[in-house]
Design a protein around this ligand. Structure first.
Ligand code: TLP
Length: 344
């Protein structure tokens, strides 16, 4: 059966060009700093993101973790959203490994944090309080409908952070989706930040890898943490080679995924029992729920699965579908017609 897998953009396979580049990559021991392809990827990344330096890591989770460990000491506090991937889905690593206390604020539906609430949550100097060190944002915001966070919002957060002497980190796992959706240079989304992590292994289709970016000093510290948590890789150039192609050739096409997400969302919204907020859909992630008189969410999911369509149920009754390079517009039509049959 032809499987249509909408569970995540992490499922994308490397392109033919990536496979060839990976096979032919010049490699060396990256822990010695001697892998020419990793060095090339890190340099290219720093230029693209607009930071002094970058470090290649195996996963987005590790990229976020070593960023937070570099910014914060044990007992420091980081302000972040209650829907953020760092808070929800990274195994509590910052607390377990860094002794960093998350100060959680409610995310707005568009993934931002209310700026008044943010400013009010910064700790005063007091014997009893942990010092606030960092604000961590997410762009695009995965669990807030893949919302892209705008340069204007970033400027306001940057102003606030400077006023209170705080650092700003962005979990930009899908920051290139944000740049493409907002039709802006990715640097406009990063210039107000002290550190940025983004993933090559999601919509950009590389098989493995993420990068953390910041100042030279920050990246030196991040490299040390990477080594400590076991992320020092050896001939990683075989992986980095795919990353270079991802950055050079696969960014612009993300707009196709965004267009497919819209088509899917609009089609679903007209089906019986579907609840979906079309306003918020701007990138490749859609969330929707089913409130149907005779079809339970579980039966809907089973019905899709029986026809080879996979989606995620992230909470009881709430579905996520993620569009990516391996989902064509004709497959979207197929998903819509099968969903129509099931909900009729
Ligand atoms: N997200 C995955 C799952 O963990 C939910 C997905 O399928 O979306 N930041 C953000 C915003 C992410 O969405 C993810 C992965 C990560 C960080 C972590 O990246 P990895 O999986 O490489 O550790």
């Amino acid at each position: 059966m032809n499987i249509i897998d909408l569970r995540s953009d992490t499922l994308t396979h490397p392109t033919e060009a990536m496979r060839t580049a990976m096979a032919q990559a010049g490699v060396g021991d990256d822990v010695f700093g001697e892998d020419p392809t990793v060095n090339r990827l890190e340099k290219l990344t720093a230029e693209r993101i607009g930071k002094e330096a970058a470090v290649f890591v195996p996963s987005g989770t590790m990229g976020n973790l070593i960023s937070m460990l570099s910014h914060c000491a044990r007992g420091d506090e980081v302000i972040l959203g209650d829907q953020s991937h760092i808070f929800l889905n990274e195994v509590g690593g910052i607390a377990a490994l860094g002794g960093i206390q998350p100060h959680i604020l409610p995310n707005e539906p568009d993934g931002t944090l209310n700026l008044k609430t943010l400013e009010n949550s910064i700790r005063a100097r007091d014997l009893h309080y942990p010092p606030t060190r960092l604000i961590a944002l997410e762009n695009t915001h995965n669990f807030c409908m893949g919302s892209p966070i705008t340069p204007e919002y970033m400027t306001r957060v940057g102003d606030l952070a400077r006023k209170h002497n705080l650092k700003v980190h962005v979990d930009g796992a899908r920051i290139f989706n944000a740049a493409v959706a907002l039709e802006t240079d990715v640097k406009d989304l990063t210039e107000e930040t002290d550190s940025v992590m983004f993933c090559l292994s999601k919509g950009l289709s590389a098989p493995v890898g993420s990068l953390t970016c910041g100042t030279e000093d920050f990246i030196q510290s991040a490299r040390k943490w990477r080594k400590m948590v076991g992320g020092g890789m050896r001939q990683a150039g075989h992986l980095a080679a795919a990353g270079i192609i991802a950055l050079n050739d696969l960014v612009d096409r993300l707009k196709e995924d965004h267009a497919n997400a819209r088509t899917l969302a609009e089609g679903l919204s007209s089906l019986k029992g579907m609840v979906i907020d079309l306003e918020l859909i701007k990138t490749n992630i859609i969330f929707f729920s089913l409130k149907h008189p005779s079809l339970s969410p579980e039966s809907f999911m089973d019905g899709l699965e029986a026809k080879g369509i996979k989606i995620l149920m992230t909470h009881p009754g709430i579905f996520r579908a993620v569009l990516h390079r391996e989902i064509s517009s004709s497959q979207i039509e197929q998903v819509l017609s099968i969903s129509d049959e099931l909900t009729r």
